[in-house]
Design a protein around this ligand. Structure first.
Ligand code: G3P
Length: 218
């Protein structure tokens, strides 16, 4: 399973990249706004830190402008994945860019029907929003299970399921059980994955017992 980080905070990205566990980055207009940074220079900087896919989202919603914005964004680096909305115009852009060898991440997916369309449009990634479905009492993880199963039925669907809008570690564990290819998670949830109270208790006991031996390794 690949791990992407869902943030535009460069310090967080550098911190997680240093663990060697980071496979990519996803951003969106809300995260860019939160960062307070200029969009294009920021994406350039992120691309220098991370060699895997870096999602940069178009801002327009009409075909012609999205297409032009995508051309600007994909010039930043070969590993920029253009993020387009799950709309007819967005999928039109997706098909053209995919045919041209550019990675595309189709975002704001809330149904299996939408995921089928994105795969047919040649999307590299489909981003179903698990947390936002849970927020409205719909089963976000059921959608992941459905999409993974549907894609498995067709060898010619190369689209990777990128689980987005993650709220907690269980979303990641369950997505992994279902065989989702990628998760994109806020930094806080990735940090939670390391944690278990028995790890902390066990480590404290080992440290204490080692002190009793009076020995040193270095
Ligand atoms: O980047 C898309 C997605 O991960 C957004 O998540 O928390 O705003 O629902 P959230």
């Amino acid at each position: 399973m690949k791990f992407f980080i869902d943030t535009a905070d460069l310090d967080e990205i550098k911190d997680l990249a240093s663990t060697g566990l980071l496979d990519g980055v996803t951003t969106n207009p809300s995260l860019i706004a939160k960062s307070g940074r200029e969009f294009i220079p920021l994406i350039k900087e992120i691309c220098k830190v991370v060699s895997g896919p870096v999602s940069a989202e178009v801002a327009a919603t009409d075909y012609a402008t999205m297409r032009k914005e995508a051309d600007v964004l994909r010039k930043i680096a070969d590993h920029v994945a253009i993020k387009v909305p799950m709309t007819p115009d967005g999928l039109k852009v997706c098909k053209e860019l995919s045919d041209d060898g550019t990675m595309v991440n189709v975002t704001l997916c809330f149904s299996a029907a939408q995921a089928i369309l994105a795969a047919k449009a040649g999307a590299t990634f489909i981003s179903p929003f698990v947390g936002r479905l849970d927020d409205i009492s719909s089963d976000g993880l059921q959608l992941i299970s459905d999409i993974v199963r549907i894609y498995e039925n067709y060898d010619y669907f190369d689209t990777q399921v990128l689980v987005a809008s993650i709220r907690n570690p269980l979303h990641i564990i369950d997505a992994a059980k279902m065989g989702a290819h990628v998760i994109t998670s806020p930094p806080s949830v990735i940090r939670q994955l390391y944690k278990h109270p028995l790890t902390d208790i066990g480590l404290a006991a080992f440290v204490k017992d080692w002190e009793k031996t009076g020995q040193k390794i270095l």
